[in-house]
Design a protein around this ligand. Structure first.
Ligand code: DGI
Ligand code: FE
Ligand code: FE
Length: 192
């Protein structure tokens, strides 16, 4: 079946607690605003934002099952479970909700880690996830300020904050997160 926007919202919001749905609404609003600011497709930004955390509250065993049974990115299984909802989210957006737009699916897939050579839409959704109005972590206001003039600077600062957080907790860092951050720094250097 094809889901209308309202049906998608109903389906997604019913799979998460109220506070996560409020976060998702913040990401929708911020992603659409960034899409207007940076010249991306705001409907795609809205759609990716609605679905980005659809699998966030799925039980870990269920996330693992989806990854294993569908042969999705086995490297992820070696890394933090917190990363799994992004890959699974993209999978269910396609399989359960009929999203066929690869740009939207990739914006969901890479919203947690980022990747090398991120598209404009991927950058926007990943950054909106960091800076939506409900977010409150050290450095978030700096990210919001940077976003006023540079998508890449703001997103690099977001990824830096994740990397610092993981370092401070002596946690494993998913290599793609570091590669994504380095790639943004290179893009900034190339444009300076
Ligand atoms: O799902 P959200 O909470 O809205 O945000 P997210 O999808 O960016 O998930 C962030 C979580 O993922 C946060 O608890 C940190 C965790 N995480 C664990 N390892 C990594 C990681 N995030 C990134 N970007 N890279 C990692 O290597
Ligand atoms: Fe997420
Ligand atoms: Fe999120």
């Amino acid at each position: 079946m094809r889901y209308s926007r309202e049906q998608l919202i109903e389906a997604v919001s019913s799979q998460m607690p109220e506070k996560r749905w409020l976060h998702t609404q913040g990401v929708m609003e911020t992603a659409v605003q960034l899409a207007h600011q940076y010249g991306a497709d705001s409907e795609k930004a809205d759609l990716a934002a609605i679905l980005h955390d659809v699998a966030k509250y799925w039980p870990v065993v269920k996330l693992k099952e989806v990854l294993v049974e569908n042969g999705l990115n086995d490297e992820l299984l070696e890394h933090d479970k917190q990363l799994w909802h992004a890959e699974v989210g993209a999978f269910v957006a396609e399989k359960d909700y009929g999203i066929t737009d690869q740009e939207v699916l990739n914006a969901i897939r890479y919203h947690t880690s980022g990747r090398v050579q991120m598209t404009l839409l991927e950058k926007i959704v990943c950054l909106a996830d960091y800076m939506e109005p409900g977010r409150d972590f050290p450095g978030v206001n700096n990210i919001r300020e940077l976003a006023k003039h540079s998508l890449e600077e703001a997103l690099a600062a977001g990824l830096d904050s994740t990397i610092s957080f993981l370092l401070s907790r002596k946690q494993v860092i998913y290599p793609l997160t570091v590669l994504a951050r380095n790639d943004l720094i290179k893009q900034l250097e190339a444009n300076s």
